[in-house]
Write a protein that binds this ligand. Structure first.
Ligand SMILES: [Zn+2]
Length: 411
């Protein structure tokens, strides 16, 4: 099956030689071809280039993209889209002035989601979650990482990870699963952290490993949640099962968590609303991708990740949604890219690099996703006619996507 897309006004993120990520000043460069063609064969990108070199073949399907932009689909490396119910009441409580802490004391927050998840059967959770997965695919996401972390019991965590695996089996979108048993301490372990960490290490991890249910391991490393020391213990245990860390860190406080994550060769450190000079030094020269989640900053009115400062220090940066029921009930990567430009002062080139190739790196798939490169998965967005691709950030609430291809097929 061949699909030939012709007369593309702007073909973005073209990389002849495969790269795994872009860092620092390189992030400002988004290679593109004007008046281009793109050839898809089965599920892969077979060829691309200027229209002057367009092959004269009779493809099974030819799409005229006059006036339109084509770019790789978004790689959303941080989500929690498997959950039960919602937290709409907490949203309204917050509007009425209740603090995060007061909401938590009323049984809200992560423990509220955990209660709902444990009361809901697996099929129901799957059916609720697949609606969100289908929605983000329509919004241009072609690869997504999904975390557990609303079970906080052996059964609940396994149930969530099985749902993630089932979604991966039933949908063409690339899905990576992360075990986040260390999302919060269940009420019965509030005074006995060691016992819950033992449960994670001795009961959850062996079962998850046996069922091959997770690719990565995560912890909410934060004041009042998991300490640096507790996180190190969990990263160490995960390592024995081949689970590489991707860690929630520096959302509200900076407590030298990033140093520990780098020491354990975390694939990514995510949130980073509060970043110190020392954190930046720790990240320099490491293989760890910093990940910013601007929709979360927007929704709960907390600072945005200091992208300019981090890129000026030569660091890479990825963008993801953090789609979850409490602090970011949105999986729209177009909004993330626009918000990164509007609020974090990233240029459209930097934001698109961060949401494609660097997002792919942050979930370990940059060899197959995140750029227009021969042999990579044919995951592309075709936009509606645009003045320039800058419009994708400028017209920040318009739906500018016309068609999304995942694994070579229009969805
Ligand atoms: Zn998160």
């Amino acid at each position: 099956m061949q699909t030939l897309i012709i007369n593309i006004k702007e073909l973005l993120q073209v990389r002849d030689n495969p790269i795994d990520k872009v860092s620092g000043a390189e992030m400002a460069i988004l290679p593109k071809i004007d008046n281009a063609f793109l050839l898809i064969e089965d599920n892969l990108i077979a060829d691309f280039g200027s229209m002057a070199n367009c092959p004269t073949i009779k493809a099974d399907q030819t799409i005229d993209a006059t006036g339109k932009t084509v770019l790789p689909t978004w790689c959303d490396s941080h989500t929690h889209i498997v959950y039960a119910g919602n937290r709409i009441q907490e949203f309204v409580d917050r509007i009425n002035g209740l603090s995060y802490e007061e909401i938590a004391n009323r049984g809200g927050g992560i423990l509220n989601s955990a209660k709902k998840l444990n009361e809901t059967n697996e099929e129901d959770i799957y059916n609720q979650s697949k609606v969100r997965l289908e929605e983000i695919m329509q919004q241009g996401t072609g690869a997504v990482e999904i975390k557990s972390g609303y079970g906080l019991t052996v059964d609940g965590e396994l149930k969530m990870l099985r749902v993630i695996r089932k979604l991966a089996a039933n949908y063409p979108i690339k899905i990576k699963a992360t075990f986040l048993g260390a999302h919060a301490f269940p009420t019965e372990y509030k005074e006995n952290h060691a016992a819950y960490i033992d449960l994670i290490i001795n009961e959850m991890l062996p079962k998850i490993s046996e069922g091959k249910l997770a690719d990565y391991i995560d912890t909410f490393l934060e004041t009042g949640y998991f300490s640096v020391q507790e996180t190190e213990k969990i990263m160490e245990a995960g390592k024995k099962y081949g689970l590489i860390p991707k860690i929630h860190v520096n959302q509200f406080t900076a407590i030298n968590g990033i140093k520990a994550c780098v020491k354990y060769e975390a694939l990514s450190v995510d949130h980073l609303e509060i970043v110190t000079d020392e954190d930046i030094e720790d990240l320099k020269g490491s293989k760890t991708m910093p990940v910013a989640l601007p929709s979360c900053s927007y929704f709960i009115s907390i600072p945005y990740t200091p992208a300019r400062k981090m890129m000026a220090a030569g660091l890479p940066l990825a963008l993801a949604t953090d789609y979850n029921p409490g602090t970011t009930p949105s999986g729209n990567m177009n909004f993330v890219v626009a918000t990164a430009c509007i609020k974090m002062k990233m240029t459209p080139e930097e934001a698109i690099n961060a949401a494609t190739i660097n997002g792919a790196y942050a979930m370990g798939i940059s060899q197959t996703h995140g750029s227009i490169t021969k042999g990579k998965s044919a995951n592309i967005i075709i936009t509606k006619p645009l003045t320039t691709y800058y419009e994708m950030a400028y017209s920040f609430t318009s739906n500018l996507i016309e068609t999304v291809f995942i694994e070579g097929k229009a969805i």
